[in-house]
Design a protein around this ligand. Structure first.
Ligand SMILES: Nc1ncnc2c1ncn2[C@@H]1O[C@H](COP(=O)(O)OP(=O)(O)O)[C@@H](O)[C@H]1O
Ligand SMILES: Cc1cn([C@H]2C[C@H](O)[C@@H](COP(=O)(O)O)O2)c(=O)[nH]c1=O
Ligand SMILES: [Zn+2]
Length: 287
């Protein structure tokens, strides 16, 4: 009994979902987050990478915070993960979600990894050319500092593309959603070309509100493609490229494709050993 009352005292009254007094009327569950119920006027701000901003948000978020919680900020944050192989439409889905948030008048920023320079660094671009402006960063932890505290506080939604390249994805998403009340929409590869987990994308699944795994079309047979086949001899995990290097494939064509590619890699490797020893032999002979 003593233990139970001690345990209760560790949980502030603000967390009273666990201790809701039975004589009070029940709050309807699964209401939309408070901000979607409050009318607002979108207003664009100076930063060109912000698409829109809601002027009433900072005060709403502020009033939610310390008055309801003992120290911890009330969180209306969310995390949504969009994953799948290359060419599955992950970036397309991310941009659609982000555009929908912009249309609702919410303040949004897009981030992508600066490792991916395929379409320049100032936009998130789909394989078929749709794009929105973004910041290209080497890590996520620098984001709020770079943006500045006031702008970060006013931000409602953070979109992240190429999430597999961010080593600090887990910590960033947890803080942004749990403590800062942000909606974080994350798009990235769940698996690499060998179908191993890629970066931290799968690590955030336990933090997430929703997971969407998209599929592409197999470039060999046209069936659903769940995997990405690398067509080159390169073996490093990170290798930036598009359809010149990768193709989406179904399970059957992943397996058969890997056999061919592994065999080709082995031949090329032995050829290289042969060429190197030939060059070495010629060099020694010439000395
Ligand atoms: N080689 C390709 N194989 C399949 N789709 C391709 C290819 N090249 C371009 N696409 C186009 O890419 C679109 C998906 O682009 P995108 O949203 O950038 O995908 P992801 O971010 O998942 O790689 C497809 O709808 C398709 O029209
Ligand atoms: C499979 C695989 C992919 N990559 C790289 C290749 C591209 O630059 C990105 C994925 O881009 P997309 O928006 O999903 O098309 O990741 C890699 O480095 N290693 C891999 O194994
Ligand atoms: Zn196939």
């Amino acid at each position: 009994m003593l233990l139970i009352s001690k345990m209760k005292s560790l949980i502030s009254p603000a967390l009273s979902a666990f201790y809701y007094p039975h004589h009070l009327p029940r709050i309807k569950p699964f209401l939309s987050p408070p901000q979607t119920l409050i009318p607002f006027k979108p207003k664009s701000i100076q930063n060109p990478h912000h698409f829109s901003i809601c002027n009433s948000f900072s005060s709403i978020k502020g009033s939610n915070s310390s008055s309801l919680m003992d120290g911890a900020r009330f969180s209306s944050g969310e995390i949504h993960v969009i994953c799948g192989p290359m060419f599955a439409g992950k970036t397309t889905a991310l941009l659609q979600r982000v555009q929908a948030e912009i249309d609702l008048g919410r303040s949004v920023m897009l981030i992508k990894s600066n490792k991916d320079t395929r379409y320049g660094l100032d936009s998130v671009v789909t394989h078929d050319g749709t794009k929105l402006p973004c910041w290209a960063l080497s890590n996520l932890s620098s984001f709020s500092h770079k943006l500045g505290a006031i702008a970060y506080d006013k931000l409602d939604v953070i979109g992240i593309d190429e999430a597999q390249f961010f080593g600090d994805l887990y910590d960033f998403c947890r803080k942004a959603a749990d403590h800062d009340g942000k909606t974080v929409i994350v798009a990235g590869l769940d698996g690499d070309y060998l179908r191993r987990t890629f970066g931290s994308v799968l690590d955030i699944v336990p933090l997430a509100d929703s997971i969407t795994k998209l599929t592409a079309r197999c470039n060999v047979c046209g069936k659903r493609a769940h995997f990405t086949l690398r067509k080159t001899e390169d073996t490093q995990t990170e290798l930036i490229g598009g359809s010149d290097v990768y193709m989406p494939v179904c399970r059957r064509h992943y397996v058969s494709g890997q056999v061919v590619i592994e065999a080709t890699r082995a031949v090329l490797k032995s050829q290289k050993v042969f060429d190197d020893s030939y060059v070495e032999g010629v060099t020694i002979a010439n000395q």
